[in-house]
Design a protein around this ligand. Structure first.
Ligand code: IPE
Ligand code: IPE
Ligand code: MG
Length: 228
């Protein structure tokens, strides 16, 4: 099995998981947190350097207010409850996205957890929150417009202006729940990423499902435009 350096996941299907069981959508999100824990532990065990997780898109702000606040309070709870698990597993925690849209208290709690875990040596977990790929490219373009001459806007300069600066592009992107679209996720960074789609709903996606996705990735022939 070839283990990627960077695995990214569009964690989808929490609502449907809950609906199938006659539960509230938020209960699907709560069960989804357990999958995040399981997958993170497996990444540590396998030596995956970066695990990025699409947790909330810019478009998700348009969901009913009730669901948005339920998700935000769940996230706030995680900032406290997940501290021990992150430390025990040596996981570095970071949140990337349009953080100016987050409630100041949540943003502060995130910064605190980022600081507390910054020297952890194992997997870096990147929670993509209030994130969208087009927004990322736009904020990078604005930054470069302020600091660069046109000829200084190189591919590398763009890489370094994105919120994922310093993180290698994901070799593998997994999307759960049967949807086969990018939903405004990392548009620039997935230029040569291998996509694995699975019908499994996110709350059911655990360690074995991750290994199955990595095995599928390992069977892919990555040519990067060349002839092999
Ligand atoms: C993914 O599950 C989690 C978020 C987008 C926050 P969904 O909430 O999209 O679940 P479905 O797609 O409605 O089943
Ligand atoms: C994408 O899921 C965003 C996250 C998983 C956070 P959605 O459920 O919001 O995507 P669409 O609406 O089906 O494209
Ligand atoms: Mg969805």
């Amino acid at each position: 099995m070839i283990v990627p350096q960077h695995i990214s996941i569009i964690m989808d299907g929490n609502g449907r998981w809950a609906k199938q069981r006659g539960l509230e959508r938020v209960q699907g999100h709560m069960e989804g947190v357990k999958s995040v824990r399981a997958v993170t532990e497996k990444c540590v065990e396998l030596g995956v350097k970066y695990l990025s997780l699409y947790a909330f898109s810019e478009e998700n702000w348009n969901r009913p207010g009730e669901e948005v606040s339920a998700l935000m309070s769940l996230l706030a709870k995680c900032m406290i409850n997940e501290y021990n698990t992150l430390m025990d597993n040596g996981v570095r925690f970071r949140v990337l996205g349009n953080r100016s849209r987050l409630a100041p208290e949540l943003d502060e709690a995130i910064t605190k957890l980022e600081k507390a875990t910054e020297n952890n040596p194992n997997t870096t977990m990147l929670i993509m929150l209030s994130y969208s790929g087009k927004w990322d490219i736009m904020q990078a373009a604005r930054k470069l417009a302020e600091t660069c001459k046109p000829e200084e806007i190189t591919m590398e300069a763009i890489d370094n202006a994105l919120v994922t600066a310093g993180v290698p592009d994901p070799e593998l992107l997994i999307r759960t729940s049967g949807e086969q679209r990018i939903s405004n996720y990392m548009l620039w960074q997935t230029a040569y990423t291998e996509f694995v789609f699975t019908d499994t709903l996110w709350p059911d996606f655990r360690k074995d499902s991750l290994v199955a996705a990595i095995e599928e990735y390992s069977r892919r022939d990555r040519r990067f435009g060349k002839v092999k």
